[in-house]
Design a protein around this ligand. Sequence first.
Ligand SMILES: NC(=O)c1ccc[n+]([C@@H]2O[C@H](COP(=O)([O-])OP(=O)(O)OC[C@H]3O[C@@H](n4cnc5c(N)ncnc54)[C@H](OP(=O)(O)O)[C@@H]3O)[C@@H](O)[C@H]2O)c1
Length: 299
Amino acid sequence: MNNKKILITGVTGQVAFPFALHHVENNEVWAIARFGDTDKKAALEAAGVHCRVVDLCDGEYGDLPTDFDAVFHFAVARIKEDDFELELTANAEATGKLMSFCRDAKAFFHCSTSGVYQSVGHDLLTETSSLGDNHRAMMPTYSIGKIAVEAVVRFCAQEYNLPTVIARLNTPYGESGWPFYHLMMMQHNIDIAVHSDGPSQYTLIHQDDINRLAPKFLAQASVPAEIFNLSGQEHVSIEEWVAYIESLTGLTAKFKVTSDTLESVKTDNTKMCEAIGPATVTWQEGIRAMVEKAGALKS
Ligand SMILES: NC(=O)c1ccc[n+]([C@@H]2O[C@H](COP(=O)([O-])OP(=O)(O)OC[C@H]3O[C@@H](n4cnc5c(N)ncnc54)[C@H](OP(=O)(O)O)[C@@H]3O)[C@@H](O)[C@H]2O)c1
């Protein structure tokens, strides 16, 4: 992506922060968040990102422009409690307000999640698989909230004739993400939950692939909105990546086997590969780079 004027939401988050820093080199990047973390705002502005403090729940955008080539919507309000009223307000309604504000953009990329699918054990999930309350065990309102957001996005794409793509992301990682949290848990001797229907498998995708692939999805944006799984093609279990982290660091993990955690979520990325190509970072390369960056490689 070059010479585009883009808006990124959720820019202080795990996925959007490195995405913004990567793309500001060749594009005019505007970014919004509440910026409770002022260090991140300073780092983004130092890199040339135009930051604006916006609470998506308010729908007040101040002097933010509207003539974007593309909007990348990564923001998500993480609702801690079993509060569906807040979930729907802070995510579904907030996304509707955003798309109303951005209706003049040329394309809208909505980051959804493979957590919208009904769990199917170790089977592969395609874009037409059944939806369900996948993440209830860890985040009580998340899956239903993300399904509700998708419905709002689909409506707004048609209402505003805004070409839109919905990307259901499965287990992003890089310098942060789930494997990184597991590394920290190992360093602090904290149990790592794995599902009793083991192994706990996910279809990891590295941040470098997200940075490269998300802009390619813009060519797939349409009215009505098109839906894609966004993942790698390697189905890797927590048990496997933790064992690999053990081998790289010399640390030892403690597992807690339970039915009260996420089940496997394995996504089929055939549709994505046919449209824009595959992910290329292998999981071992990505995990090793993560461990090295964290300074945890054993000598
Ligand atoms: N991380 C994963 O493992 C994973 C897996 C699958 C899919 N996804 C999806 O990927 C996307 C990015 O996730 P992430 O993990 O990178 O997110 P994250 O780290 O939880 O960050 C969420 C972002 O949303 C912003 N935000 C929250 N409430 C806001 C509000 N009211 N107004 C404005 N901004 C608000 C936060 O900024 P402030 O707090 O500064 O406002 C932050 O920048 C999300 O759509 C998520 O559902 C993530």
